[in-house]
Design a protein around this ligand. Structure first.
Ligand SMILES: *[C@@H]1O[C@H](CO)[C@@H](O)[C@H](O)[C@H]1NC(C)=O
Ligand SMILES: *[C@@H]1O[C@H](CO)[C@@H](O)[C@H](O)[C@H]1NC(C)=O
Ligand SMILES: *[C@@H]1O[C@H](CO)[C@@H](O)[C@H](O)[C@H]1NC(C)=O
Ligand SMILES: *[C@@H]1O[C@H](CO)[C@@H](O)[C@H](O)[C@H]1NC(C)=O
Length: 218
């Protein structure tokens, strides 16, 4: 009986999420690699539905840091609740607001944040020879790439853009709808929106541009 209770508690803990935040879509931009801190910079606009009164927006996040240019806009009246504090905890990031937020739809913008590129085969990691950056977010590593509700039952639409070196190509879940060069060093690939997906099914890779390699070798 005690064991059953323990298992139930364990199950509840690992499968619970703040039910008052229902993500609708994520617009995500990742720029990589950033050699200064062996990682990437991210930018995110999360469109979500708040289903009950709350003074905080708490999202799953691990090893993400330096959150800057945060803003929240309430869709109904375009008001901007003022941010009181950002708390980075072990498994979450907590954005606290001066006043309680009423239920409804909101846009949370995180202008920029930093994350890490690892070398184990999880989250966003690096492979040498040929140099490759790729993701493996199953079962719960999406939170190492972007603040989210990282739960298999919570699905949303994702629009990804990747800023990557000009001698590489980027691939993701969906086809690229635009690729444009930003400067000598970087180009931007913009992908079509995904269907509704849990966060852990988001995937992308940045790899050497083999066409470019062939042209150079000829
Ligand atoms: C947002 O949440 C409210 C309350 O739970 C619900 O009535 C409404 O249908 C939801 N809207 C969307 C777009 O999910
Ligand atoms: C965040 O808001 C939820 C819903 O109002 C509440 O249950 C939770 O305790 C709050 N968390 C913190 C750290 O204030
Ligand atoms: C952040 O905000 C500052 C001041 O408003 C602005 O100069 C800067 O470009 C913004 N950065 C990002 C990444 O949005
Ligand atoms: C990756 O591996 C290198 C050695 O190959 C090590 O120095 C570095 O700490 C590792 N990085 C991470 C994030 O594990």
């Amino acid at each position: 009986m005690k064991l059953l209770l323990f298992l139930l508690l364990l199950f509840q803990n690992s499968f619970s999420w703040p039910h008052h935040i229902i993500p609708l879509s994520y617009d995500l931009l990742f720029k990589l690699p950033i050699h200064e801190f062996n990682g990437f910079t991210g930018s995110m606009v999360l469109h979500f539905n708040l289903s009950s009164l709350s003074d905080n927006i708490t999202l799953d996040a691990v090893d993400l840091h330096s959150f800057r240019n945060i803003s929240l806009i309430r869709s109904a009246d375009l008001t901007e609740p003022s941010l009181k504090s950002i708390k980075i905890l072990k498994e979450t990031v907590e954005f606290k607001f001066e006043k309680s937020l009423f239920p409804g739809q909101y846009l949370l913008t995180i202008g920029e944040y930093n994350g890490r590129i690892g070398n184990a085969s999880e989250a966003l990691f690096e492979r040498k020879k040929p140099l490759l950056y790729t993701t493996h977010l199953q079962p719960n590593h999406a939170r190492r790439l972007f603040p989210c509700i990282d739960h298999p039952a919570v699905k949303a639409l994702f629009r990804l853009s990747i800023v990557h070196p000009t001698d590489t190509v980027a691939q993701s879940n969906t086809i690229a709808m635009d690729v444009h060069v930003e400067n000598r060093k970087w180009q931007r690939t913009i992908f079509q929106a995904t269907p509704l997906l849990p966060a852990y099914l988001v995937a992308f890779s940045v790899m050497p541009d083999s066409n470019l390699q062939n042209r150079l070798e000829q």
